[in-house]
Write a protein that binds this ligand. Structure first.
Ligand code: ATP
Length: 198
């Protein structure tokens, strides 16, 4: 099988995430995509994040209507700072006969060489990069440009930061996030206040 591994903070999961996953399924002939919420990203401030359990619940809601998408909660269960290196080693052992594709948006790929052991990661999974508005990648000059596969997706200028800001500002997030995620955010009163502007 071809398995996509798609890590992120998912705070909250939004349509950009899901369209990236669906585009990867189509472009790379993936049988499955695992959405892997980080317990704690090495690059994001803890104060910006919701408890991992709430983000995991939203990921579960976001994947619930697509048989090819799954939540993978290895990082949440493990706790501590989440390194993709460790997650991929775990998934490699769990799926020894499958090909792993590490999915990411252009903004993430631009920082990929700063990750823990990027070389090892590139040996464990095929790097697969989607375009994202505002982030140009010059593959020829990127240290991992040759190792990576680009795939196209409709450009979606939505971020979790936007969603959090919209909720704080009292704007609707309908169509920006899956319906079930919207209901969860509203019923739990998430993002209404006390989150620092980012
Ligand atoms: P935040 O605004 O809180 O920083 P985010 O919207 O960037 O969050 P993450 O969960 O940090 O979402 O992103 C996980 C992965 O999804 C990253 O690889 C990121 O590049 C990619 N991604 C997120 N949104 C988009 C989008 N609209 N288009 C393309 N890639 C995206």
């Amino acid at each position: 099988m071809n398995i996509g591994v798609y890590g992120g903070t998912f705070n909250p999961p939004h349509l950009g995430h899901l369209i990236l996953a669906q585009s990867a399924i189509d472009a790379l002939a993936l049988d499955r995509v695992l959405l892997v919420p980080a317990f704690q990203s090495p690059f994001k401030h803890r104060s910006e994040s919701l408890p991992a359990s709430l983000r995991a619940e939203m990921v579960e809601l976001a994947v619930s209507d697509n048989g090819k998408l799954r939540g993978e909660y290895y990082e949440v269960e493990r706790a501590g700072v989440s390194f993709t290196l460790d997650t991929l080693k775990h998934l490699r052992m769990k799926h020894p006969d499958d090909t792993l594709f590490l999915l990411m948006g252009a903004d993430t790929f631009l920082e990929f060489h700063l990750w823990k052991e990027p070389e090892t990661i590139a040996g464990l999974a095929v790097l697969a990069v989607a375009e994202r508005p505002g982030y140009e990648i010059d593959m020829a000059s990127h240290p991992y440009g040759k190792a990576a596969r680009r795939f196209s997706m409709p450009l979606i200028d939505i971020s979790s930061t936007d969603i959090r800001r919209r909720v704080r500002d009292g704007l609707s997030i309908q169509y920006f996030v899956p319906w079930a995620v919207q209901v969860f955010i509203t019923s739990q009163g998430l993002y209404r206040e006390d989150l620092p502007a980012t």
